[in-house]
Design a protein around this ligand. Structure first.
Ligand code: FAD
Length: 327
């Protein structure tokens, strides 16, 4: 009998998050054939997400579905997940490196007296050794880390490891009960979402980002149209946020979100080091800037020197044509 690997999956608005399938793939890569892979989903109204998750998991999906878990609250989620982990005694526990994973994983690690490797972007297995790669110094360097003990806690950065492929037979789904603790010290009554974006910024395949060069709130409109055609998300530099052109929830960079989309389109962003920290790992970077000396061109795969208010609508029109033909 092998070891047990657990993936703590996440659903948002009833839908399974893509990063959870990436974590399932990562756990499968880290484990041996005789190990067991179990995914645990916490939340409320989870049936649809659980059915989807089961199509990608070999052995078992466990759900804990309760109104108190509808919104993430550290104490409640910690109590629910540790009740499962204490029974399973896992060798490895994998989370998405999301706001929930970043908060919950260290609590679980402390509870299990386990080591943790965070923000993993790749892993390789040679015989019995698994090496985890993670960025350092805002993406300027990388380190390879290995565990020397178990349990092992890992968080996976979204959009870096490919998602798991469907398994031949969906895993059975087990529902466990959650007993709310009377001793919760805080209760979340409501979450007010600032970003109304269609696509989650950290998981988006395409991000269209605006900087101080957009010049006003209205200046984001052409970027929104481009993002809509490409089914992408809108991001921003701190310059644009500080100027009040958009909400801070869109900020990308050292003190904002880290994104690694397939395509990152930087519009009117100079390319300060603190901005690069949040996007330089994107697969393809396209920069539009009227200053040919802008540092963003040093990291761009494609650079367009020009006025974003002329270039972005042209790109939108061309992509619309190409994508309507291919559909
Ligand atoms: C501790 C610390 C943390 C920070 N964290 C972050 C962070 O997380 N994220 C972040 O982004 N920044 C961060 N910053 C700020 C960062 O240093 C820069 O000030 C900021 O990124 C600049 O934003 P920007 O590129 O939009 O603006 P600017 O540097 O002003 O650049 C605007 C660009 O737009 C171009 N432009 C203007 N008009 C047009 C046009 N019509 N068409 C095309 N191009 C045009 C200009 O040529 C220029 O290159 C941080 C700074 C500090 C000190």
């Amino acid at each position: 009998m092998g070891n047990i690997y657990v993936v703590v999956a996440e659903a948002r608005d009833g839908r399974l998050r893509q990063v959870s399938l990436e974590a399932v793939h990562a756990a499968a890569l880290a484990s041996h054939e005789d190990d067991k892979l179990i995914a645990v989903l916490l939340g409320h109204h989870l049936q649809e997400a659980a059915n989807e998750l089961a199509r990608y998991v070999e052995d078992q999906v466990i759900i804990i579905d309760h109104p108190d878990l509808a919104i993430y609250q550290a104490e409640a989620f910690f109590s629910a997940i540790t009740s499962v982990l204490d029974q399973l005694q896992p060798y490895g526990v994998f989370f998405g490196h999301t706001s929930i994973g970043r908060d919950l994983a260290p609590l679980v690690a402390a509870h299990l007296s386990a080591g943790q490797i965070s923000d993993v972007i790749a892993l390789t297995r040679t015989d019995d050794t698994v090496s985890y790669t993670r960025p350092l110094y805002a993406g300027k360097a990388f380190e390879n880390k290995q565990f020397i003990s178990s349990p092992q806690i890992v968080t996976i950065r979204p959009n870096n490891i490919s998602p798991a492929q469907p398994v031949p037979a969906a895993a059975p789904i087990t529902q466990l009960t959650y007993s709310p603790s009377a001793s919760l010290r805080t209760v979340i009554k409501e979450v007010v979402r600032k970003s109304t974006g269609r696509v989650d910024l950290t998981e988006a395949k395409v991000v269209v980002s605006g900087g101080r060069g957009v010049k006003s709130k209205a200046g984001f409109q052409p970027l929104e149209e481009l993002a809509e055609v490409l089914q992408g998300a809108i991001g921003a530099s701190r310059g644009a946020c500080d100027a009040g052109y958009c909400d801070y929830s869109l900020q990308i960079g050292q003190t904002g979100k880290v994104v690694t989309p397939e395509i990152y389109i930087a519009c009117g962003i100079s390319g300060a080091i603190q901005h690069l920290a949040g996007m330089s790992q994107s697969r393809i970077i396209i920069a539009i800037n009227k200053d040919p000396e802008a540092p963003i061109f040093n990291v761009a795969d494609y650079g367009i020197i020009g006025d974003l208010f002329e270039v972005v609508p042209l790109l939108t029109e061309e992509f619309r044509k190409v994508l309507s033909v291919s559909n």
